[in-house]
Design a protein around this ligand. Structure first.
Ligand SMILES: [Zn+2]
Length: 300
């Protein structure tokens, strides 16, 4: 497995910290792709931590990508599914949520009131996709459902999806069971900041009439003491606690969620897992929109 960290840095840091061959100019902002097993990764971590002490950020955005060879995937009992993401949320299309179930500390656990509504024209032409709203807003194609049913894949529930008042040719993908993640699953704000919360801070605003006011942003908890949401982002491969149910399931989700329920439309989401057999069916049938990562089964 090769793990690559992709960061976006401004030109000053790009020129100071990275060789010409290590940086790519995207027009003012530079893209730096870092193999996490190489010295460039430690160098980046050091720079990140020094800048943070000065109240500065090395990068604007980041992403982790894990690349496996076929053998590594073939030898794995369970895999995490990373569906294609698209930039529309269920709530923007009329999907409703009941927040009375939500955790008072982290905000995870709001329950969708069925059905999931999403504008059909915006759904990617893939066999799986996940909305920007995330939560359990995961869509699969009719073809996906047919192939899974023909092959007696276990552990999946399907719910209808609507665009306006019309049921459409997609289904919401839901698990029959939620399985515990192990604490070995590493989470944090980014690869160099494993914090489970963001401290409170103030934003100073000035109105057009010159009047100043202060907005107080409270403490934000990502790693919840209630054990429901485990962090803002997942930073490692997923670790699942062994469970007898795993012998019977081709598909399941994690009990815990990752992410953050702020004021916006984005909700914490569960991690999704499939058996090796289910992955092979997806690949043999060339179903689109799936990315797989190795998941580990551990005793605790
Ligand atoms: Zn919570």
């Amino acid at each position: 497995m090769k793990e690559l960290l992709d960061i976006r840095v401004d030109s000053l840091y790009a020129w100071l910290l990275y060789k010409r061959s290590e940086r790519e100019n995207l027009g003012g902002i530079y893209k730096v792709v870092i193999d996490t097993s190489q010295p460039i990764y430690r160098r980046t971590e050091k720079a990140y931590k020094i800048l943070r002490k000065l109240g500065l950020y090395l990068f604007y955005g980041w992403g982790l990508d894990r690349i496996y060879n076929e053998k590594e995937l073939q030898d794995t009992r369970f895999l995490q599914i990373l569906p294609k993401l698209f930039t529309l949320s269920g709530e923007e299309c009329g999907t409703q949520y009941d927040e009375s179930f939500a955790c008072p500390i982290c905000g995870a656990g709001g329950k969708m009131i069925p059905p999931l509504k999403i504008h059909q024209s915006r759904i990617p032409k893939t066999d799986i996709s996940m909305t920007l709203g995330q939560g359990e807003e995961i869509l699969v194609s009719v073809r996906f459902k047919q192939i899974m049913e023909d092959n007696h894949i276990t552990g999946i529930r399907y719910e209808p999806v609507y665009s306006g008042h019309k049921q459409i040719d997609f289904f919401q993908l839901l698990p029959e069971h939620y399985i515990e993640l192990s604490e070995k699953t590493k989470t944090g704000i980014n690869p160099f900041d494993l914090s489970g919360e963001s401290p409170p801070f103030n934003i100073h605003h000035q109105n057009p009439d010159g009047k100043e006011w202060i907005e107080h942003v409270p403490l934000t908890v990502y790693k919840c003491p209630n054990g429901d949401n485990i962090g803002l982002n997942i930073l490692s491969e997923a670790y699942i606690k062994d469970n007898p149910l795993l012998n019977e399931l081709d598909y399941f989700a994690s009990r815990q969620t990752i992410g953050h329920k702020g004021k916006g439309l984005i909700r914490p989401r569960h991690l999704l897992f499939c058996s090796n057999r289910m992955m092979r069916l997806i690949k043999e049938n060339k179903l689109k929109g799936f990315k797989f990562e190795v998941a580990h089964i551990v005793d605790e």
